[in-house]
Design a protein around this ligand. Sequence first.
Ligand code: 4AZ
Length: 447
Amino acid sequence: MPADTSLPQSTKHLKCLCEQDKQAQSIRPVVVRARTRACLEPWVIGLITFISLIVLAVCIGLIVHYVRYNQRTTYNYYSTLSFTSDKLYGEFGKEASENFTEMSQKIESMVKNAFHKSSLRQAFVKSHIIKFSQKEHGVLAHMLLTFRFPSTEDPETVNKIIQRVLHEKLQDAVGPHKLNPEFVKIKKINKTETDNFLNNCCGTRRNRTIRQSFRIVGGTEVQEGEWPWQASLQWDGIHRCGATLIHDTWLVSAAHCFRTYKDPARWTASFGVKIEPPKMKQSLRRIIVHEKYKYPSHDYDISVAELSSPVSYTNAVHRICLPDASREFHPGDEMFVTGFGALQNDGSSQNQLWQVQVDLIDTKICNEHKVYNKAITPRMLCAGSLKGNRDACQGDSGGPLVSPDARDIWYLAGIVSWGDECGQPNKPGVYARVTAFRDWISSKTGV
Ligand code: 4AZ
């Protein structure tokens, strides 16, 4: 072909490309269309469509199955198990005693193993012993069972499967206590009934989002139901002290809260995470201060107060467990202290409940010269941090220092009593030691 001399060299190249493009544009679709027509026979198109439809159907099926399987509903059951034990009922029948905890733990782990070895492995959530009762030939363990099943499951069928698993698997359950799998009873209960059973047990918590906080100053606010035993004690409607619900008519607090304000008629106790508006409010009928409390000493800083009428337990308001007198808490144990008190030394009380995690401190260390120089008696314990910061403060007095057991049931370990200011290094919070007063509390309240 003769070269086009009318254009510069670079433009000629461009023109050439453009012409090629035009040609390609006009030719390529024809070629492709021709090729497609030549390669895809109608039966191939049919086969491809068929396979695509099958793949689509399988995908939809898998998605539906996944969604159904993951849309699980919680099912709650009340169950009783009959068993015989070498131990006397009196040894473990008392709620929150160390033997009660030990026996409950054994049965709960037996039940957990039974379900883990069964077809209900995926569905089983937990078992929770709520009480023991005595019958002619042995003991009954009363237990709540929680499962999560796909929402399509028929509750009646589920009921039968659970009962069969308990019957079969407990037959070969190991342990010193002879469970009688023939006497397993089970009944489906709803969410309200489950909540009522749990709210009647001591030391249970519903809302348990513990976020790390290092002190009440700048720390975390408490959600409703996290610490349902906390009370605010108010004199003529003004918050003065904290207190802890241990029974539907009894509170435990500090003796020094009632040093100048003694008339029960002018005191009220409110419950819930806000002082105003409260979840519940009750006046006091009676205040009992420890006979050996003598101001200005901080020793024997404990009191109990009777409410003028019982509180009704709800998710937001219920009682804590009291530890046996023999229960030992160990240095380093993680505890929580809660209160409406000041966020810093000499600050003002809060309308909102706050929480702070503190560590139990060895009494020997707490009695060292640079700490509290022998001021800690056997009726006191120290908790906080020797580095400072994590502490209770003014207005938290009388409130709870709490600790969980292995079943996540919470116990009152201490009562906010005193300290040198708040959050200072080597000046941890000092608390009345509840185990030292366990017998005194039951002599005054029957709890
Ligand atoms: C008080 O005056 C008080 N840092 C309570 C606790 C602490 C200090 C003072 C502990 O009520």
